[in-house]
Ligand binder design. Structure first.
Ligand SMILES: [Zn+2]
Length: 276
């Protein structure tokens, strides 16, 4: 069971990542901005340094999460089911309904978690590491400070435990959340016909890039990672940006310098430093 779910999760993760990287190389929506350039290196070298930082912090965060919770969120789900703990283990409802409700509730939780990471200054210090990336691509979708990953892991574990969410729903949710995060950060633009239909249901790349705008009013919109209905329900949805998708200034104005914003150590230290 454990081996199977790791295999499924990693399999889908790498599949989505490879497909998105392929599409980004073939037809990128946007070019690397000047701010990613280090003065002494070429554009391609600057991109390599940026990617090393983004994937480096991804690997560190994944290792920290494993060390903190070796059984993973699936282990928490198995534990609460085995001990008949959590609301879903106390109320007799069909398992298909439990799975649907679990997915909805976990997605709602992630919406609010994301929103609070923007609204509470201490949490914003951590989430800023994700938003400081001056370019948004599939690697940005994985770039989160280890402490944000730890906080998110504990919040999810507590919810799984208290609600008694079954393991299968946890696996499904993790696969979907990871897949959507890579998908909606990808530096691509879906064909217009597909995009105009897709954006009625899911957070497309164009909608999510508005969330990565340097403008605070745009940055505080479109918190959803997968579906758009939480943003509609809690009045944070927008499909309008002041600039065209190709012209939106991404990242954070207070982190214009590639030196503190692309190197792994700079990313790890970012929450603890005053932004110059
Ligand atoms: Zn955000």
């Amino acid at each position: 069971m454990m081996i199977d779910d790791t295999f499924i999760r990693l399999g889908v993760f790498f599949l989505v990542l490879v497909v998105m990287i392929g599409l980004e190389i073939r037809s990128p929506a946007r070019q690397l901005p000047k701010s990613t350039k280090l003065p002494i290196v070429s554009k391609s070298k600057a991109q390599i340094i940026r990617l090393l930082g983004n994937y480096g912090i991804t690997i560190i965060s994944a290792v920290v999460a494993r060390l903190l919770l070796p059984v993973g969120l699936v282990g928490v789900a198995v534990f609460s089911t085995d001990h008949d703990w959590g609301i879903f283990n106390l109320i007799p409802i069909p398992s298909w309904l439990t799975i649907i409700l679990s997915l909805l509730l976990l997605d709602l939780l992630i919406y609010w978690q994301h929103r609070l990471f923007h609204e509470i200054p201490l949490l914003w210090k951590l989430h800023r590491v994700h938003h400081a990336d001056p370019h948004v691509d599939s690697s940005t979708g994985l770039r989160f400070h280890p402490l944000e990953i730890v906080a998110s892991l504990l919040i999810k574990a507590l919810a799984i435990f208290m609600l008694g969410i079954p393991a299968v729903a946890v696996i499904l949710f993790e696969v979907l959340l990871n897949g959507f995060a890579i998908f909606n950060h990808a530096n691509i633009r879906l064909p217009h016909r597909i995009e105009s239909v897709a954006r009625r249901f899911i957070m497309t790349q164009i909608l999510h890039r508005i969330h990565h705008s340097q403008r605070v009013d745009e940055n505080n919109c479109n918190y959803g990672f997968s579906v758009i209905w939480w943003d509609h329900l809690f009045l944070s949805y927008t499909d309008k940006s002041t600039k065209l998708d190709s012209k939106i200034e991404l990242g954070l104005a207070e982190y214009p310098d590639a030196k503190q914003n692309t190197h792994l150590l700079g990313l790890l230290m970012m929450p603890f430093k005053r932004n110059e």
